[in-house]
Structure formats: C-alpha cells, structure tokens
Design a protein around this ligand. Sequence first.
Ligand code: AGP
Length: 610
Amino acid sequence: MCGIVGAVAQRDVLPILLEGLKRLEYRGYDSAGLAILDRDGKLQRTRVLGKVAELSAATAAEPPVGGTGIAHTRWATHGRPSVDNAHPHVCREQIALVHNGIIENHESMRETLRGEGYEFGSQTDTEVVVNRVHAHRASGRDLLAAVSATVAELDGAYAIGVIDTDEPDRLVAARRGSPLVVGVGIGEHFIASDVFALLPVTRQFIYLEDGDIVDIQRDRLTIYDHTGQVVERPVMTSELAADAVDKAGYRHYMLKEIFSQPVAVADTLTGRIEHGQVLDTAFGMAASDIFSRIEHVHIVACGTSYHAGLVASYWIEALAGLTCRVEIASEYRYRAHVVPENTLFVALSQSGETADTLAALSLARALEYSACLAICNNPESSLTRESDLVFLTRAGPEIGVASTKAFTTQLVALLLLTIALGRRNRIDSELERRLVAELETLPGHINTALQLNDAIGQVAEEFSHKHHALYLGRGTMLPVAMEGALKLKEISYIHAEAYAAGELKHGPLALVDEDMPVIAVAPNNSLLEKLKSNLQEVRARGGVLYLFADSSAGVPAEDAVRVLNLARVPETIAPIVYTIPLQLFAYHIAVIKGADVDQPRNLAKSVTVE
Ligand code: AGP
C-alpha cells in the first residue's frame, strides 16, 4: 500500500526522502513522487511512474534543495498508475499533500470544489483533500487549522502529510485508519508510514493514534487528538537495527526470510516455554484467568494469516477439545454473528495494520466475546493496541510481500495457544511436555527441510513453463496446500488452486491432464494411504505429480512423478515443516520466470485499505 515519508529539517531533506521511500518499497507501489519547498520558498515536485530508483534519477540532474518535504509511493486504488495520479498532489502551487487510504466521500467533495472553481488533474480520491486544504487556507485559516477542518469533512481512511509554501518550516500530518509514525530528531522531525523508513535518521518514534493531527516544525511538535485537545503520546525507542531490512547477501528478501525461519521460530519460542510447559503470560498478564473459562475459539484473518488460522482449527479441536471457527476478515466484518458464551476472539495478522482484520476486531469488541487476542508480528500496530491479550511473534521485519516466516511463527504461536487452552481440558501434563518438546525440535526440522533447496531448484526448472497447478492435501495439510498455492500465484503469476484431496473426484479431476500438474503434500500420517489413492487417480489420467513426501511414505519416483523426500516429522508440527519446501518451490519458479519476487505486481505488503 502507499508509503509516506516527510521531513522538516535544517539540512537538505532530498536524500532522507529518497532513502525513506526506498525502505518503504516492500509495501508495494506503482509510482513515486516527492515535493520539496526550496530555498526560494517554491514547491519543487517530481513524480514518476515506476520505481524509486527512477525518481532518484529524475531528481539527480537538478536536485531540489530545501529542508521541508514530503514523498510518497502510490499503490493505485482510484485511478490507474500514472504520473498524473502519483502523489504529491498540489493545489495552486501552494499546498502539497501525500495520502495513504481511501476517501469515501470524494465524489461529492469534488462536485462542491468544482463549483468553487477548483480544477482536477488526476482521477484520485486524494486530490479533493489538497484542494479542500487550500480552500480552508484561502478562508484565513493557518495550515494546522485548514488540515483540521479538512479531515473533519472526510469519510474513510487516511494518513496524510501536508506542506505549504506560505508556512515553509511546517509539516502538518494526520491519521485515521491508516498507519503513520512521527520520527523525533534533534532540531528536525519526520513522518513515515512505518519506522523502517526513518531508521537511518532516528530511533525515537511516536505512534499516532486514530484521529490525531500533528503540527511539526524543526524544533517542536504538537499532537492534537480527535477532539482537538493537545495530547502527549509516548516516545518509543526502536530496537530495530538500521540494517534490519537488508538482504544479508541473499538474492531476494524472500529467500533471506525463508532461510531465517529456524531462528525466527526459535526466537518466537524463547521465554514462552519453561520446564516443558507453555507460559500463559506469553499472551498477557490476564491470559491465565481468561483462558480458564474459554470453551470456543473464533479466529479471523486474511490471506496467509487465514491459512495459519485454518491449521490451528485442526489443532484446537483435536488437541484442546474446544470448538474453533476460522473466518476471512472481509467476510466476518459484514455479517451478523452468534457468539457462544466463553468464546475467545483471535485476530491474526503479521502487520497488525490490515484494514479488514482491524475492522473485524473492532466489530468483535462490540460483541459478547470473553476477550480479544491479537497474534501479531508488529508490536506497535493498531491490532496490538486494540486487543485485550497480545502474543507477539518474533519473526523480525518481513519485507518480501509473500509472507513466509510470519506464517510459520504464527503457527508456532497458535500451537502454543492450543496447548495453553487445552491444558484446562484435554491436554494433560504428559501431552503438554511432548508437544513442547516437539516444538523445541522445530528449528532443527526446518533446517533439514531447507537442505532441499537445490533439489527444489532443479524441479522448479521443468515446472516453470506451466500455466496452472492443483495443490492437494488432507487434514492440516489442506491449509498448507492452500498456502503453497497462494505463494505460487502471488510471486510466479501461475494460476494455482488448492483442494482437499478427497474433493478431487467431485470436480477438479476433470482438469487433470499432462498440462495440469498436481502438487501434493504427503507426510507419513494416518491420512497417507487415502492421499495415495487420490494420487493414483491423478496418475491414471496422465497427470504429472510433484510430491513433497515423508521419505518413508513409499511413493516411488517414476516418469511423471517427481518426489522430494522430507525427513520424518512429528505429526503435530508437520504443517510447519512441510510449508518450507512449498515456499522454496514457489520462490525458484518465480526466479526462473524472472518475476519481481519481493514486490509482485499489483500486491502490497500491508493491505491498509479495504
Ligand atoms: C501473503 O503472502 C500475502 N502477502 C497476504 O495474503 C497477507 O498474508 C495478508 O494480506 C494478510 O496480512 P497480515 O497478516 O499483515 O494481516
């Protein structure tokens, strides 16, 4: 989604803005731009269709020099990707504005503004905002008052940064529903969509709350809450190293993140288990008390996080003996609910900023849940701030748009949750000790699975010219297959669908021929023989099989059957381990196809608009 950077400083801010945008590239975007108030008090704006490197090149010949500026990477919502639609938007060479979010009442505002003589040069919803700020300025308000009056008129979600040629040492920013942080410097201050953008210039951050407006000048900053009262927000020190977002020698962030999973999983377990037991406090101080009453679990999430929730539903019902429902957040938020007594609501999100998941959480808070638990990889996200209980996965920053280590650490969190909830029901201390011991072996099992990298690279070579694929799994391996299909789709642009293997002959078998490869995940569990029968059905129709199987599964490689053998893994943790080869498979195919692995077309890392 769109990325925002802004600065008010004594020094020239162009390099800060460009570096900030570069660090926000992972969010996904199609165009980029910046506007700087130069030393003559004029707005210098540059916009490009394409990458930040092109913006950098476009400013290289005559770099704009000035201490106040805003910059933006745009992920198109209203209006196609184009230079005209790229931000910053400017009104009458005076006001420049960047925006992340969606203004829902932009059409009626545009009509009113047209009536007042304002012209529009873009198809965006954003341009009404800059024109409206200008209209309020023209009526005598200063920039702060003009922005306050404007945001009061907006329906929808926004994070904005605004500068004005008539108030050159000032940047006014506001947020509602879209993320925005303030970077606190010495004699200089910044704004950005997330902390990564500003790590080279500061470690001190203020996380704005919904409805906040911040008036930023070089030597002071003042925050107003949604009622217009001056408020103090805590200044937090980021622990992230400035190089936390580099590729560490890997060709892509995604590959680095796949290979960092043993460490990410170990970090997520650290301090959460002791003497063979899960510590309830990992979920918050009130967790013990709340968990002792829980009889049902509702999990809500999007995309990959939804797949993690699906795996957990098998664990929660089979191991903990509690009923569990899992739902996509964009569906959950728009329907009526029956919430049984003693139900725990779990919102699952890597970023903690996914608009649909946040809206689902806000709906859940108004319903009769016992408590809302956030499982999240971002400690300072809206999701963690708005939940009663929080479990932080410790995957570290995930930059590749395709989620990898966030997924496996979410699964670790959900297995810990299963144990903590099940302890009051079906999980006795012996079973708890066994499950905890299995969790502790996970980094080793993942390392072993990663050793398949080269073999998977070779198999990917012959697969890469395919246009479609079916993924099959049974039990917990069905959501793993769904996740594998999602990875392939999003980074290699090969159409892939996952099916419960038993569903094959209820329809999708009609698609199977030599051009429709079938990928199956086959650990040696109680469902293996049934899965093998399904695979025979594929072979009998001339289908080509790619099998990620336990080495003892007894599926021989033959002409149209490629088998990649995994070491024996305990059944409960198998979904986590079997995810690894599917990530590598999608990665290698995308690389062979020359796709933009870390920033696949049309996608954004953190989906902050509906
Ligand atoms: C996964 O590879 C995708 N990037 C996407 O499905 C993602 O998992 C989804 O948008 C949810 O994001 P979240 O976990 O940050 O809420």
